[in-house]
Structure formats: structure tokens, C-alpha cells
Design a protein around this ligand. Structure first.
Ligand code: AMP
Length: 429
């Protein structure tokens, strides 16, 4: 079978690498892919951008692709799955309506409240009905969120009412383009974050291995918010009891609620959860796709054939399949370009990839490309993700840092403490 993976990040490299391992797969196309997918056995890059929906439909038709998996949220929110389905092409991901779970925080807050799913108290405003007196009644810190897609930058946490009002106004004024035409003002939640990722087929749910990521750029979870600086799986915060609680209080009512609302959900569903000190799993956000960088460590642990799981989901029989996981922990460190997450340097030559390829673990590419002289150079904020495996998170961490430390370019930056919370928990065992 021929598989198409849409996207160009580390997530898509990991998905394509995993699909290519399947004996049933003859070739994996990646559109547009990166320098890492270009080098992967059985994988071929095609120069079509992830949001060129008609181009991708034509590609799937002319190449006779059997199965398409969509990586990023952009094309999902634009309705790529509906476009593929209309032409009878098998495509894994939610439709445009369902993808509002990520595309509109206002939609999601309303959905969560209607279905009694735990989440922070909030109110949604437009420029026309914005009510500063609501903000004045809130306790600080206050969380201000642009409702639409803002490339992971649309959440701002402020310490005063005045800042919250100014932040909301800046969003209405176009700081994040259309994404800020609706703004969610939300109560600040304390606790520990966890990512919970499942596959759904409209009705049935297949939970994936648990994971946790680090959103802040600098050690100790300081510095600016980013798309993610590292992740590991499993996440000790998701104990078996917490797993059961998240399934019962969050995932099951969400999939049931969407079905009830006439929009059954097929695809990966990612719940960003804040586990409160009393154990309540509050939903911070939903993503309608796999996480990046969570995909990289999770795919390292997946022993089942990903294409078989995706096919089972598209055929509504996820209740009859199981996912098998490597019992080891996996930990991925994001190697970012100088300047990330603001304006990033591009075109720096990456050194050490050949030496790293000889070590245990795996380096997934994200913002990389091959330049005119055939060298692999940086081409984005998050450049690589070095993933290690080990009997414990501590051992996976050691393997991942050995790998990361082989790699150099001008301005490279990465955190030295990915997984520290899990390692502390392991020490306390
Ligand atoms: P989101 O895109 O909604 O997940 O927000 C990005 C990040 O902002 C989250 O991963 C949290 O670290 C933080 N965050 C979002 N909402 C809240 C909240 N209500 N309370 C505390 N932190 C939050």
C-alpha cells in the first residue's frame, strides 16, 4: 500500500518513519517533508505544501495513494479531510466541523461547558460585546486566549486586570490576525500538565501511551512559550487511576458529546490537561491532531503497525484492535535554531548528524532542508528532535542527551532538563 503523510515537521517525520516500517507499505510520500524524510528508506518527499488542498487531492489521485494521514492542524481546520472524502479517498483526521475543537477555543469552551467536562471558568468576548467589568471581577493571574489558530502563541498569562484588558484589546486589534476576533478570558489553573492522546473512530476510543511536554523555552520551565521543547512517554503524572479518570471525565464524554451534537469525531484527539491538586483533570485545550514533539517519543514506543490502527479507525472498528507499546520510556529533546521562538536564524549548516546516526536512539528532523551544495541546513525554529529510549525516563534522558550533544550548528539551543519532573518522581520511588 502507498501512504501519504501531509506536513513537514518532526511529527510528520516520525509518522512517515513509523508507516515505512510496515511490511504492507511499499512507499510513503510526504508533502512537503524535510531533509530527514528525504533520507528515510521507502520515503519520498513531494513538493506540495500542507495547505494546498487541491494539490494534495490531485497527488493522492495520480499517485493512487491508499491512505493519507494529516499531520498539522491548519489543513484539518480548512477541511482537507472533507475534500478527500468527497473524492472517495481514505484520509485520517477530523472534518472541518470537528476540527473546530482546535480551531476555535470559543467553540470548545462552549462544548465543554454544555457537556459538563471539567475546564477553567471562562467567558468569551468579541470587540463589540467586550465587558471590562467582567475582567475586573477576576482573580489574578488571568489567562487571555485568542480563540483561533495562532501557531501556539495565542495564550497570554498576565498578572493584573489592566494588562488583561490591554491584552484582549490588542487581540481584537489584530495582534494575531483573525484568530483574535474572539477572545477567551479564563481563570488561571494550578497543577501539573499532561498530554492525553487518543485515536477515535466516531464512537470507539483507542488511548495512546501517555506523554508530557515542556512548552517553555528555558530550563526550569522558564522563558517564552514555544511549540514544545521536548517530551517524554510515559508520563508518570498519568497514573493508572488518573488514566481512568481522564478517560471517564474527559475523553469519553467528548467523543459521546460530539456524536450527540451530530459531528462524530474520527482522527487523533489530543487533550491538554491540567491535573489540579485535588486530581481533577481540567481541559486546557484540545488539538485535533497528534502533538509535536509528543509524536516522536510515542512513535518510538509504538510496536503495532500504525497503518493498521489508522485503517481500523477509518472502518469504525477501533474496539477490535489494540496498540502494543515498548515498555521502555522514550524522551525527545527539541534542538531549536538561534532566536527561537521569535525571529529565527535559517540556513546554518548542521554538523554531527552522521555521528549521531551511529548512536542508539533516533534523530527526527523538523525545520531542515538540503541546500544547493547538498548540505543539511536549518530551515525553521524547531530543527531536530533527538529521541532516546531507556528502562526509565532517566535512562532515556541520558541516551537522548548523548545523541543531542553530537549535533552542532551556529546558535543551536536546547534545554538541559527535559523530563526533570518524571526523573524526580522516579527518584522518589
Ligand atoms: P493552550 O494552547 O490553551 O493549551 O495554552 C498553552 C499553555 O498555556 C498551556 O500548555 C498552559 O501551560 C498554559 N495555560 C493555558 N490555559 C491555562 C490556564 N487556564 N491556567 C494556567 N495555565 C494555562
Amino acid at each position: 500500500m502507498k501512504v501519504l503523510v501531509v506536513g513537514s515537521g518532526g511529527r510528520e517525520h516520525a509518522l512517515a518513519w513509523k508507516c515505512a516500517q510496515s511490511a504492507r507499505v511499499t512507499e510513503v510520500l510526504v508533502a512537503p517533508g524535510n531533509a530527514g524524510t528525504a533520507q528515510e528508506p521507502k520515503v519520498r518527499n513531494v513538493d506540495i505544501l500542507a495547505d494546498d488542498i487541491s494539490g494534495l487531492v490531485r497527488l493522492a489521485q495520480t499517485e493512487e495513494v491508499d491512505l493519507t494521514i494529516i499531520g498539522p492542524e491548519g489543513p484539518l481546520v480548512m477541511g482537507i479531510v472533507d475534500a478527500f472524502k468527497q473524492r472517495g479517498l481514505a484520509c485520517f483526521g477530523p472534518g472541518r466541523k470537528q476540527a473546530q475543537l482546535e480551531g476555535s477555543k470559543a467553540f470548545t469552551k462552549d462544548f465543554l461547558q454544555r457537556h459538563g467536562i471539567p475546564t477553567a471558568k471562562s467567558a468569551t468576548f468579541t470587540r463589540d460585546n467586550f465587558d471590562p467589568s467582567y475582567v475586573q471581577k477576576q482573580k489574578t493571574p488571568i489567562v487571555v486566549k485568542a480563540s483561533g489558530l495562532a501557531a501556539g502563541k495565542g495564550v497570554i498569562i498576565v498578572d493584573s486586570v489592566a494588562e488583561a484588558i490591554a491584552t484582549a484589546r490588542a487581540m481584537f486589534d489584530g495582534q494575531f490576525g483573525d484568530a483574535g476576533s474572539e477572545v477567551v478570558i479564563e481563570e488561571f489553573l494550578e497543577g501539573e500538565e499532561a498530554s492525553f492522546i487518543v485515536m477515535a473512530d466516531g464512537k470507539n476510543i483507542l488511548p495512546f501511551a501517555s506523554s508530557q511536554d515542556h512548552k517553555r523555552r528555558d530550563d526550569g520551565d522558564h522563558g517564552p512559550n514555544t511549540g514544545g521543547m521536548g517530551a517524554y512517554s510515559p508520563a508518570p503524572v498519568v497514573t493508572p487511576a488518573m488514566h481512568a479518570r481522564i478517560m471517564k471525565q474527559v475523553i469519553e464524554p467528548t467523543i459521546r458529546g460530539l456524536e450527540k451534537d451530530g459531528m462524530p469525531y474520527t482522527g487523533f484527539l489530543y487533550a491538554g490537561i491540567m491535573v489540579a491538586p485535588d486530581g481533577t483533570p481540567n481541559v486546557l485545550e484540545f488539538n485535533c491532531r497528534f502533538g509535536d514533539p509528543e509524536t516522536q517519543p510515542i512513535m518510538m514506543r509504538l510496536e503495532s503497525d500504525l497503518t493498521e490502527l489508522v485503517e481500523a479507525a477509518l472502518e469504525g472498528r477501533l474496539d477490535r484492535v489494540k496498540a502494543k507499546w515498548d515498555s521502555r520510556a522514550a524522551l525527545g529533546i527539541v534542538l531549536a535554531a538561534g532566536g527561537y521562538p521569535d525571529s529565527v536564524r535559517r540556513g546554518d549548516v548542521i554538523e554531527g548528524l552522521d555521528a549521531a546516526a551511529k548512536l542508539p536512539g533516533k534523530v527526527f528532523h523538523a525545520g531542515t532542508k538540503v541546500d544547493e551544495e547538498g548540505r543539511i541546513v536549518t530551515n525553521g525554529g524547531r530543527v531536530l528532535c533527538a529521541v532516546g529510549l531507556g528502562a526509565t525516563v532517566r535512562e532515556a534522558q541520558r541516551e537522548a542527551y548523548t545523541l543531542a550533544d553530537e549535533i552542532h550548528w551556529l546558535g543551536i539551543q536546547y534545554r538541559r532538563d527535559i523530563g526533570y519532573r518524571a526523573v524526580e518522581r522516579e527518584r522518589g520511588r
